[in-house]
Design a protein around this ligand. Structure first.
Ligand SMILES: NC(=O)c1ccc[n+]([C@@H]2O[C@H](COP(=O)([O-])OP(=O)(O)OC[C@H]3O[C@@H](n4cnc5c(N)ncnc54)[C@H](O)[C@@H]3O)[C@@H](O)[C@H]2O)c1
Length: 324
């Protein structure tokens, strides 16, 4: 039997591939169209929970048309920042769909950050006003950065408001994002200031089982789009009840999270991102609607993108080949 090899891509290797956000959004769009037509295999994520509000989840998916099969083993630890460690870390394995052989293992920190931003932008393509010019980012961490970058790919942004509970995190975000983008980035003192004048609002703070949500009814203006990356931790029940349209990325996983205690005051989503991407459900219907995407983060997001990272790494000679 010939020796089998797999490519190991460290976090630095994945970052060096530096797949652009527009490509990631396109890959997700293709994958979600497939999901809308029922052509993605994705069981609900099993997980273990080692500390309150921490998780380590197993996320397998198979997208036949993209020849992508694999699993992500990802952790989220809200207290990690106290040790100088990322909130989200983990590994992803790609398998050859024809033989089952693993052919790549990669760090999934970068991928998780970028595909989640891309999912916000993809949902916004159907649910936000195309002329949206202002963004509000609440929580200036990894997700705050990638969500803003993804929205900037699809919308003619002129200004973004940024709020973080930690002033130093907010200042760093404003400095970095001002250097990256041509539009204005304004740090604000109160969360409400990042919401009331924004066409696109992203909440990306810690996901908590028993949160004290910040965003109140009436803050999101008519015509605005929200993306609750942190589930129902930032948007209050009355603010959620005021939405004209709520989507998720997967109905079954939304129901699962609801059954274990999240989203108790959240109206059930009318559509998932697969249905929106496949044109099976309508997106925004009027300029006045308040819309919200609750993307829970799916294994298929990762499997849509990881093979492209692998292909480009091979092309550029990045990574380390290991014996199986
Ligand atoms: N839905 C998904 O697909 C998905 C995917 C990845 C991560 N997430 C979630 O996104 C969230 C952010 O992840 P990250 O990697 O950006 O973490 P991060 O640690 O990089 O950033 C979190 C930021 O939140 C700030 N913060 C904490 N409490 C706050 C509050 N009340 N108001 C404003 N800011 C506050 C922190 O100071 C920090 O800057 C986590 O909850 C994570 O679980 C969701």
């Amino acid at each position: 039997m010939t020796a089998q090899k797999l490519l190991y891509l460290s976090r630095a290797d994945v970052e060096a591939v530096n797949l652009d956000m527009a490509t990631i959004i396109n890959l997700l769009e293709t994958a979600f169209r497939e999901k809308g037509h029922g052509r993605v295999e994705m069981p609900p994520k099993p997980g273990i929970h080692t500390l309150p509000d921490a998780f380590i989840h197993a996320m397998p998916a198979y997208i036949p048309s993209m020849k992508s099969a694999g699993i992500k083993w990802v952790s989220g630890y809200p207290e990690n920042f106290k040790r100088g460690l990322p909130y989200i870390t983990g590994l992803l394995i790609l398998n050859d769909a024809e033989t089952g052989m693993p052919y790549a293992v990669m760090d999934c920190t970068w991928l998780t950050a970028f595909r989640t931003g891309a999912a916000t932008a993809l949902a916004a393509k159907y649910l936000a006003r195309p002329a949206s010019e202002t963004a509000g980012i609440l929580a200036c961490g990894v997700q705050g950065r990638t969500n803003l970058e993804a929205l900037a790919c699809l919308f003619p942004l002129k200004r973004a408001y940024a709020y973080d509970i930690l002033p130093e995190a907010q200042e760093k975000f404003v400095a970095e994002m001002s250097a990256k983008f041509k539009f204005e980035i304004i740090g604000v003192q109160e969360p409400k200031q990042a919401v009331v004048d924004s066409d696109l609002v992203v909440s990306s703070g810690p996901i908590l089982k028993h949160p004290t949500p910040t965003i109140q009814a009436g803050w999101l203006r008519p015509g605005a789009y929200g993306s609750a990356v942190d589930f129902d931790s930032y948007f209050s029940g009355p603010a959620l009840a005021q939405m004209d349209r709520i989507s998720t990325d997967d109905h079954a996983q939304f129901r699962y999270y609801k059954s274990v205690g999240y989203f108790q005051q959240t109206p059930d989503p009318y559509a998932d991102l697969g249905e929106l991407a496949a044109g099976l459900k309508p997106g925004r219907q009027s300029p006045q609607e308040r819309t919200l995407a609750i993307n829970l983060g799916l294994a298929m997001d990762d499997m849509a993108v990881a093979p492209e990272i692998y292909r480009r790494a091979v092309e550029r000679g990045l990574g380390t080949w290991l014996a199986l």
